[in-house]
Every structure is written in structure tokens, then in C-alpha cells.
Design a protein. Sequence first.
Length: 41
Amino acid sequence: MTKCPKCGKDVAEPDKSFVNKVFSVEAYTCKECETSFKVTG
Ligand SMILES: [Zn+2]
């Protein structure tokens, strides 16, 4: 789970996630404001 960078709402599940060679990427879409953003970790 992460927070939307725009409205600060918790976003529970990523739309999709994949693992790069060096880090993982999770693509989220906020249901509140429909902002799409990626989180790398
Ligand atoms: Zn949002």
C-alpha cells in the first residue's frame, strides 16, 4: 500500500507490478482522483 502523491489517499493495490534488474516497479492508479503514478523500491 502507498499514498497518492496528489490527494494523499491510501491506494491499496497496484494495477500492475514488475521487477526490473535492480528494482521493483509498481504502477498505481488512485481511485479518488484517477492519478496514475509509479512507485519504485
Ligand atoms: Zn489521488
